[in-house]
Design a binder for this molecule. Structure first.
Ligand code: ADE
Ligand code: ZN
Length: 349
């Protein structure tokens, strides 16, 4: 796996206790599961089921653009046919995180994407995802928290509904609100009031910003939409003033390097600004974004950042602890997570 070397040895990286802060449920659905759902529910597929994979996963000949990347989510929407399907994909996302050694998972999901094709009520969709992920998490001993995600390219009215339903479910494990989607064509401002209210209601805020558009979007996310963390944010490096502002506020960045390469943010993995962000004193963390769409696991990302970007293993350990320190948890629980990870990692290094 991974986009740099098909035959790497992941043993060490798999053995590390990991933290994932930026992973979309809809980008985590196993292709094998999609094939089974297609058979069971008669989802219309291209003539050979073998052709499903290129529809939902980046292939080596694909154009490396944001449009192509986002296009992979569209066919997925017709697979969410029943509560059982949604329950299953949510459970499997937790299982896949567990088998990669993730100990703390923040899984974000887009209720509108999951509910649309069957017109499921959004509150039911959210409850199915909550129940399924919490049950699987108890079973496997992983801590999972959920983030409700809304798309910039969909209506603020829908986003308002999702934000309200998420705030009602903070005690059940929805701890954050995220904005994803097409950053190039759709501004964040129409959502500002919704995010302000969500924060007042007790949700943490993260926004995809400075991924496909510039550093100004990172400033806007922090200053106008009250983001506690930034999804991607790599374009922040274009503007030293914004770099200074986010460093001053110690805003964590959820960096997803392979995703950035596949969606055309950088033209090669080597050119990714992760190391420059780190050198600039930014609080960077490592994440997958959409593991199944990208064909990666988090261990691949850890391996790649060490082998391609030459992050030392010691510095990788610090990034894992930094991710724990950026968790959307109450302060005491966050401290506990940081301490327990630090202890486990000290035994390994
Ligand atoms: N939705 C899923 N992955 C995304 C990404 N990388 N950027 C914006 N929206 C997304
Ligand atoms: Zn994302």
């Amino acid at each position: 796996m991974g986009w740099y070397n098909a035959a790497n040895d992941l043993t060490f990286f798999k053995s590390l206790p990991k933290v994932e802060l930026h992973r979309h449920l809809e980008g985590s659905v196993r292709v094998r599961t999609l094939k089974e759902i297609a058979l069971e529910h008669n989802v219309p597929l291209p003539p050979q089921t073998g052709q499903l994979r290129p529809l939902v996963q980046i292939q080596s000949g694909d154009p490396l653009t944001s449009g192509n990347f986002l296009s992979k989510f569209q066919p997925l929407r017709q697979f969410y046919r029943s509560p059982e399907v949604i329950t299953r994909v949510a459970r499997e996302a937790v299982e896949d995180a567990v088998s990669d050694g993730i100990q703390y998972l923040e899984l974000r999901f887009t209720p509108v994407a999951l509910g649309r094709s069957q017109n499921f009520p959004l509150d039911s969709v959210m409850d199915w995802v909550i129940e399924s992920t919490q049950e699987a998490s108890r079973k496997y001993g992983i801590t999972t928290r959920l983030i409700a995600s809304v798309n910039r390219h969909e209506s603020p009215e829908l986003a308002k509904e999702v934000a309200g339903l998420a705030a009602d479910r903070i005690d059940k494990g929805i701890v954050g609100l995220d904005m994803a989607g097409d950053e190039v064509k759709f501004p964040a401002q129409p959502f500002a009031g919704i995010f302000r209210e969500a924060k007042q209601a007790g949700l943490f805020i993260t926004l995809h910003a400075g991924e496909w558009s510039g550093a100004e979007n990172v400033r806007e996310a922090v200053e106008d939409l009250h983001a506690d963390r930034i999804g991607h944010g790599v374009r922040v490096m274009d503007d030293p003033d914004v770099v200074a502002m986010v460093r001053e506020r110690n805003i964590p960045f959820e960096v997803c390097i392979t995703s950035n390469y596949q969606s055309g943010v950088v033209s090669t993995l080597e050119e990714h600004p992760f190391m420059n962000m780190l050198k600039a004193g930014l609080n960077v963390t490592l994440n997958t974004d959409d593991p199944e769409i990208s064909g990666i696991i988090l261990s691949d990302e850890y391996y790649m950042v060490c082998s391609v970007l030459k992050l030392s293993r010691e510095a990788l350990k610090d990034r894992i602890v930094a991710a724990a320190g950026a968790a959307f948890l109450p302060a005491a629980e966050r401290r506990e997570l940081v301490n327990s990870l630090r202890d486990t990692l000290l035994d390994i290094f």
